[in-house]
Each structure stands twice: as C-alpha cells, then as structure tokens.
Design a protein around this ligand. Structure first.
Ligand SMILES: [Zn+2]
Length: 140
C-alpha cells in the first residue's frame, strides 16, 4: 500500500482533540497539503450537529479553499469523527461527500467511541467504496 499523505503527530493530535471536544456530535474539517505533506488542519462546523452524520456548508468549504489557496497549498482531504462506531466511512458519509471522492482526496476518520484510545484511519473512496490508505507520521 502506498503512502497517501504525510503529516506530523501534532496534526493527528489536532484532529483527535477536535473530535473529543465535539463528541458526541461528529467533528469535521479540511486538510491542506503541499506536495503530499499536510500543512494545516482546518476545523469546520458540522452543519448537521449530529452524532451520526456530518456535512460542511458549501460556502464554508469555499472560504477554507480560498484560504488554503492563498497560503500556497491545496485542499488534500477531509476529516470527521465517529463518536459511537468504528472509524470506517459509512454509506451516508460516502453519499454526503459528493464531489470530494478520492483519490486525490484523503478522508481521515477519527474514532473516539473509546475516548481513551482514539483511532485514526485514512481512506480513499473509490467507486463508492472506502479503500484504506496508509499515512506516514513525519517529524514536525
Ligand atoms: Zn462518518
């Protein structure tokens, strides 16, 4: 399995912290990268305010994309949390992610059903199916 994306432990910690703060509501956000290396984790608001699903307002997505562009990076993917189930994209996630199916978009799912043992997994969604990807933690 190839490495889909590289990021620091601090980036992982930011996504996990967001997931723990919002639980039991699902947390979500965008991931910016340059040349396959994450530059920034950007928190977004879960427009659904639901423990079972998430969506990001398209205007908010656009605002983040413009800021990412301005910083000379690219939108590389998304993250959201699962607060009561395994960190595997659900059929609802796959439907809601619409045009943002990967590759190239990496979907991190942060599992915090067991708050003491968060689980971070990365996925591409290809042909409507989640395909697990590897990520590399680099020094930061
Ligand atoms: Zn989900």
């Amino acid at each position: 399995m190839a490495i889909a994306i590289r990021l620091t432990k601090a980036h992982i910690d930011q996504m996990v912290a967001h997931a723990l703060e919002e639980a039991p509501i699902e947390a979500c956000g965008l991931i910016a990268a340059r040349n396959g290396t994450v530059t920034e984790i950007r928190r977004a608001r879960n427009a659904e305010q639901s423990p079972y699903r998430f969506s990001i307002d398209p205007l908010e997505t656009r605002r983040h994309e413009e800021a990412i562009d301005a910083a000379g990076a690219q939108l590389a993917g998304f993250y959201h949390s699962h607060t009561g189930s395994a960190p595997i994209p659900s059929p609802t996630d796959i439907r809601m992610m619409g045009p943002f199916f990967g590759p190239p978009y990496v979907h991190f799912v942060i599992g915090v059903a067991d708050r003491a043992h968060p689980e971070v997994r990365a996925w591409y969604i290809e042909n409507g199916q989640p395909i697990e990807q590897q990520y590399e933690i680099i020094p930061g």
